[in-house]
Design a protein around this ligand. Structure first.
Ligand SMILES: [Zn+2]
Length: 674
């Protein structure tokens, strides 16, 4: 039975049986080439000081080189075939519909469709055993903070955990922002491609009424999912009912805006609060309650930014985060841990994807606002980690900050004159954005080392590196052109994120009875396998093997029509890169692209629009997913010498176990670095 310590948080633990301590700081997407360059230029003094004692190395990433896969391998020490996290997305082999990977949802149940009888349940689909569990059972005390793929949080023996990605917002998404403006046309209203809700404001005099879109009503959601489960093709009656249900599925919170044009200010009245903002000002966190019905309420929090209150009014609302002290689902272990942090530290972002990438990508936020907000996200994570560093109730502490990844995704274009979205004027102002975040990370490393003292072992790790993304590649369109995927009727229009999660039509017009292969997620190509996919036509065995060979060979000949550059650097076949009990969930092929090219958003969203290669004109201008893993290593900085020059991220877990003298389980793929 865990007793709570009033001041320290977490379960009461006995004195540690270990003399040694270990701190692992993760910076998502930190790139070894950039680290090396800036170390050399003296810009990362604290990382350099660590490296002088141990070393700095590229850290081999995973197939695929994406955060969920790589951090799952970090935690478990095994390849994706044993932990089951291959990508952000998983597919349903009956409907071909994608869903967010990493979690399995069991909806809540209601008596008479009204009285809640069970809470919604989320289970991680991650297999394998994380090192904090294995070590915890042996008595090693741990603090595990915002590591990706730790939602829902697991029970950590002798430890505490604050969950990270894919911890969603109140809508169950990776972060839905809202944007209200007087200068939106009717045509712009609705859902944006990547997760924003746009609403047009109409003022009568100085007053406009609006609604904040909250979580889907679980009762309506269940009806929608029941219809979608019927299969890839729906009857007209089902489609009509689906559309009707989608229109009413979300719970709203109404609010009023009073515009003080003269003062370039506005007052927002929401749930009994009245918040006056002047142009450019952020609100404090606002507590929000979404009433599903008389008995069920979900609690969240959001911040508003009055972007403009001059000639037009533009109001941005952040994704609604779970409230740390009253989340709809547990976000920490022990369950009260997140609330205790809140009591001590005040509000902090709980959303796994804490940075405002989508609004910048959709041109609803400018670079300065994005960067200011990104540093707030960084600081929120940092303050939690420092709180636990000071608590000293651990033998091993693991804390991950992802702002390094987000800033590279969004701001790389301003460091790459060859990028279609390079802009000399913006580059003059924000060309150092990535460097600033690396330096902030370096400062943070210095702060942690100062607090723990020089004798504690420190590993700084990242899960993958980064590449410029100059051109997008429609893999599904290529499959259509080559005859591997067959469409009936016309080429469908562009897809939006809403088509992916909870609405719209996915795989529009795909004739599954004649489709042999389909691309989904970032670089995965699945075969439409007989006996696995509901409408599978490719026989497992010889036919699948032949198709894998044929497709790989053809993919390697895919060149940029503009200058003949090979687009695909390597194609990896399932059985060559994965092994383990979850092998059947892996894609048959993992595509590894060359620097500069990434799978298009339309492919990840199941779309096959015209054209194969086109310039990437989005601010999301760099990536790692779908690139060849061999050129996408992360970084390892250690203040202890390590026994190899080619460390891999799967080596971290066994390293920790060995460091504490815990027997390394035989199914672990990695090897201890110490
Ligand atoms: Zn990333």
């Amino acid at each position: 039975m865990a007793l709570l310590v009033a001041c320290g948080g977490g379960p009461r633990r006995g004195p540690s049986q270990y003399a040694q301590k270990l701190v692992i700081l993760g910076f998502d997407g930190m790139d070894p080439q950039l680290v090396e360059r800036w170390m050399h230029e003296g810009k990362l003094p604290h990382l350099s000081a660590l490296a002088k004692k141990g070393g700095m190395f590229p850290l081999a990433t995973t197939h695929s080189p994406e955060s969920p896969t790589a951090w799952a391998s970090f935690a478990t020490g095994v390849n994706a075939g044993k932990h089951n996290i291959y990508d952000f997305l998983v597919r349903d082999i009956t409907t071909y519909l994608p869903d967010l990977g990493m979690v399995k949802r069991t909806p809540p149940t209601f008596l008479f469709n009204y009285i809640p009888t069970s809470k919604p349940k989320l289970e991680s689909i991650r297999g394998g055993t994380s090192f904090w569990v294995t070590a915890g059972k042996a008595g090693v005390q741990s603090s595990v903070l915002t590591v990706p793929v730790t939602f829902p949080p697991e029970t950590v023996p002798n430890g505490e955990m604050l969950a990270g990605l894919p911890l969603p917002d109140i809508r169950g998404t990776m972060g839905t922002f809202s944007y209200y403006a007087t200068d939106l046309s009717r045509y712009e209203e609705g859902n944006t491609e990547m997760g924003g809700i746009l609403r047009r404001l109409v003022f009568e005099g100085d007053v406009a009424n609006a609604e904040l879109v909250g979580p889907p009503n679980p009762l309506v959601r269940q009806k929608i999912e029941a219809i979608r489960r019927k299969g890839p093709t729906l009857s007209d009656a089902d489609r009509a009912e689906l559309a009707e249900l989608q229109a009413i599925q979300d719970v709203h919170v109404p609010f009023t805006i009073r515009w003080d044009r003269g003062a370039k200010a506005a007052t927002v009245e929401i749930e009994g609060e009245s918040i006056r903002l002047i142009q450019g000002q952020w609100s404090p966190w606002i507590d929000l309650t979404f009433k599903i019905n008389m008995l069920v309420r979900l609690h969240g929090m959001a911040q508003m930014l009055l972007m403009n209150a001059g000639n037009e009014l533009q109001l941005y609302v952040s994704p609604v985060n779970f409230k740390p002290d009253n989340p709809p689902l547990p976000i920490s272990y022990p369950e009260a841990f997140a609330g205790e942090l809140f009591k001590r530290l005040g509000y902090y972002r709980t959303l796994g994807w804490a940075e405002a990438t989508w609004p910048l990508n959709e041109d609803r936020m400018d670079e300065k606002t994005f960067m200011d907000d990104l540093f707030v996200a960084f600081n929120d994570r940092a303050k939690v980690i420092l709180d636990r560093v000071d608590a000293k109730n651990w033998d091993v502490l693991v804390g991950v900050i992802e702002s390094t990844d987000r800033v590279q995704h969004m701001m790389w274009r301003l460091t790459d004159p060859k990028h279609p979205m390079y802009d000399a004027k913006l580059a003059a102002a924000f060309g150092d954005a990535i460097e600033r975040v690396y330096r902030r990370a370096d400062d943070f490393v210095g702060e942690v080392v100062r607090r723990i003292g020089p004798d504690v072992a420190v590993l700084v790790v990242s899960d993958h590196g980064f590449h410029s993304w100059r051109k997008a590649v429609n893999l599904d369109t290529w499959l259509v052109q080559q005859g591997y995927m067959v469409l009936q009727g016309q080429q469908p229009g562009d897809k939006k994120l809403a088509d992916l999660f909870g609405g719209g039509t996915f795989w529009e017009n795909v004739d599954w009875s004649r489709t042999r292969a389909y691309a989904m997620g970032i670089g995965q190509i699945y075969f439409n396998l007989r006996g696995r996919e509901s409408k599978g036509i490719v026989s497992p065995g010889a036919e699948a093997k032949q198709l894998a060979g044929e497709l790989s060979a053809k993919l390697l000949t895919l060149n940029d029509p503009e200058d003949g550059t090979p687009i695909i650097r390597a194609v990896y076949k399932r059985d060559d890169i994965y092994s383990g009990g979850y092998l059947q969930n892996a894609a048959e092929l993992q595509v590894g692209m060359n620097d500069g090219y990434r799978v298009s958003w339309q492919t990840t969203l199941g779309g096959s629009p015209q054209g194969i290669v086109y310039p990437n004109t989005k601010k999301w201008s760099a990536d790692h997913g779908g690139y060849d893993y061999a050129i996408t290593s992360g970084v390892l900085v250690s203040n202890r010498p390590i026994g190899t020059t080619t460390p891999r991220i799967i080596d971290i877990a066994p390293t920790v176990l060995k460091y504490f003298g815990v027997t390394i389980p035989t199914d672990i793929d990695g090897k201890s670095l110490f």
